[in-house]
Design a binder for this molecule. Structure first.
Ligand SMILES: [Zn+2]
Length: 172
């Protein structure tokens, strides 16, 4: 029985170090690497927590205004506190709206990012990503470069951190 490995799901050699001990990027399970190889920003946080936070802060601001207005005999502080509280609420809503927009963009582009990442494998020896097919680069690139590649394909490359943005200049 012959088995050349690759076609039958056997080991795929890393072009960097030659080890066959590589895994598809999608199967990387170690927390740190999983985050570095994520195809999209973490969108598990929901606007709800922001809203609660904003409401609490706004409430504190308003109460603070009311308290000092009474305590110090500064009646003008109460309306000022209410205005400040309203501004906090407006700010909170703006943050939630922009986050919602970012998330929608990520959802809309997720398939494109997955397509761009298809076939990518991770070599923990090199701490890098390569495409057996030759893909967008022939060698082994950093996880940051990979993230840049996937997120840009998905149309949300602007949500990358600075390190990943800079990785686009990497020579592979
Ligand atoms: Zn390697």
């Amino acid at each position: 029985m012959t088995n050349n490995g690759e076609a039958h799901g056997g080991p795929v050699m890393c072009p960097g170090c030659g080890t066959g001990d590589t895994v598809p990027v999608a199967e990387v399970r170690r927390g740190k690497d999983q985050i570095r190889l994520a195809l999209a920003p973490n969108t598990t946080g929901d606007g709800c927590a922001n809203f609660v936070e904003g409401t609490v802060i706004a409430g504190l601001v308003a109460c603070g205004g009311a308290y000092y207005a009474d305590d110090r005999g500064w009646p003008w502080l109460l309306p000022a506190g209410i205005v400040a509280a309203l501004l906090v609420m407006v700010g909170t809503v703006a943050v939630i709206r922009s986050e919602g927009k970012d998330k929608r963009r990520v959802r809309a582009g997720a398939d494109r990012a997955a397509g761009a990442a298809a076939g990518a494998r991770f070599c923990s020896e090199c701490d890098g990503v390569f495409f057996p097919s030759g893909g967008p680069w022939a060698g082994v690139a950093t996880p940051e470069r990979f993230r840049h590649h996937a997120w840009t394909a998905g149309g949300y490359g602007d949500q990358l951190d600075e390190k990943a943005k800079a990785a686009a200049e990497e020579q592979v």
